[in-house]
Design a protein around this ligand. Structure first.
Ligand code: AMP
Ligand code: MG
Length: 333
């Protein structure tokens, strides 16, 4: 069984190919990088429209798969930026029609969790999902994935990107701030915003920019922002592990590439006797393989849709879609 997955929720256009044992046969991706400022959805979508034909060809070549050998086409239905989602959905519909194969819609956040589950071999982990637009703690319970905690304002990645751009850098800010943070020496006071299981970052953004205006070194700012923000995420993840009695945590999303975040969550998990797994970087960031794999799982439950019912859902919530393929595994109620 070979499934092609199309990812286009935000800045990354990606085509992945997987088989029935979650072997990644190919990933062909291209990330839209705005010359300055943040992502403009329309411009990112134009990038995707231009790049997708080449990415499909590249992915099939890399997978040594002919179109006739593809069994299904999956696509990220949401959540994401409308114009970007539409670009990917159009490609997926076209391929499904031309190849005469089932079309399978996939929730992007669930896909991050499923690929981490497949790569780690962990049956029922909690997911700390930290990306540009999303920051959520997710766990399976009673038929679907539940959001146990999330950001009340902006995603952690958007927060890091905005800060870095305001400090004079360019998108993406996360990796640049990580390098800068390694040189930091002083821990500056920043708001630590944990509200029950939820977190918030906009206050920290304002405070960090105020510190910068007062002359704080960029290295110290980066170090302090990472320390504070990742401690907040580690705290809510620990509480989720304890309350849901989960024995493992996996990471997903672009910010999960960060060594410091990985280290803090690992130390917390190990301290509790829980397992921690961070997928390789190309599987942390947005990619078509995770969509293909989740599409494969959904297809096994008959969750393909006719073209007319394949509309995008920019605000689709993790807990609005089912995960019936989990029934056979751990109940995890
Ligand atoms: P995603 O939306 O999941 O594709 O992830 C993109 C986000 O991940 C952007 O906001 C990046 O700044 C952020 N990111 C990527 N690498 C790192 C890193 N090493 N540390 C922190 N953030 C990162
Ligand atoms: Mg993502």
């Amino acid at each position: 069984m070979v499934v092609v997955g199309i990812e286009s929720t935000a800045h990354t256009a990606s085509v992945g190919v997987v088989d029935e044992s979650a072997r990644v046969l190919a990933v062909a991706s291209d990330m839209y990088r705005p010359p300055r400022g943040g992502i403009h959805p329309r411009e990112a979508a134009n990038h995707h429209v231009e790049l997708f034909p080449g990415l499909v060809t590249r992915a099939l070549e890399e997978a040594h798969a002919r179109p006739t050998e593809v069994d299904a086409v999956a696509f990220a239905q949401g959540p994401g930026l409308g114009p970007c989602l539409r670009a990917g959905a159009t490609v997926a519909r076209t391929l499904a029609l031309v190849w005469d194969r089932p079309l399978v819609p996939v929730n992007h956040c669930v896909a991050h969790l499923e690929i981490a589950r497949a790569m780690s071999g962990l049956d029922d982990p909690l997911l700390l999902y930290t990306s540009g637009g999303n920051t959520q703690v997710i766990a399976y319970g009673s038929g679907r994935y539940r959001v146990l905690g999330e950001t009340l304002d902006i995603g952690i990645g958007n927060f890091l990107d905005k800060l870095w751009i305001e400090l004079g850098g360019t998108f993406p800010g996360g990796p640049a701030l990580e390098a800068e943070a390694k040189l930091g020496q002083e821990l500056l006071a920043l708001p630590y915003s944990v509200h029950g299981m939820d977190v918030a970052f906009s206050g920290m953004l304002t405070a960090a920019l105020a510190q910068s205006a007062r002359g704080a070194a960029r290295t110290d700012l980066a170090y302090s922002v990472e320390t504070t923000a990742y401690a907040m995420l580690t705290e809510v993840t620990e509480r989720a592990l304890a309350h849901r009695r989960k024995e493992a945590v996996v990471l997903g999303g672009g910010v999960a590439c960060n060594e410091r975040l990985r280290g803090m969550v690992r130390a917390m998990a190990e301290g509790r006797g829980a397992a921690m797994f961070a997928p390789e970087r190309r599987m942390c960031v947005d990619n078509g393989a995770m969509i293909a794999w989740t599409g494969y799982l959904a297809l096994g439950e008959g969750l393909s849709v006719p073209i007319e019912a394949s509309g995008i859902e920019p605000r689709q919530r993790t807990d609005r879609v089912g995960a019936p393929w989990r029934r056979a595994g751990t109940a995890g109620a």
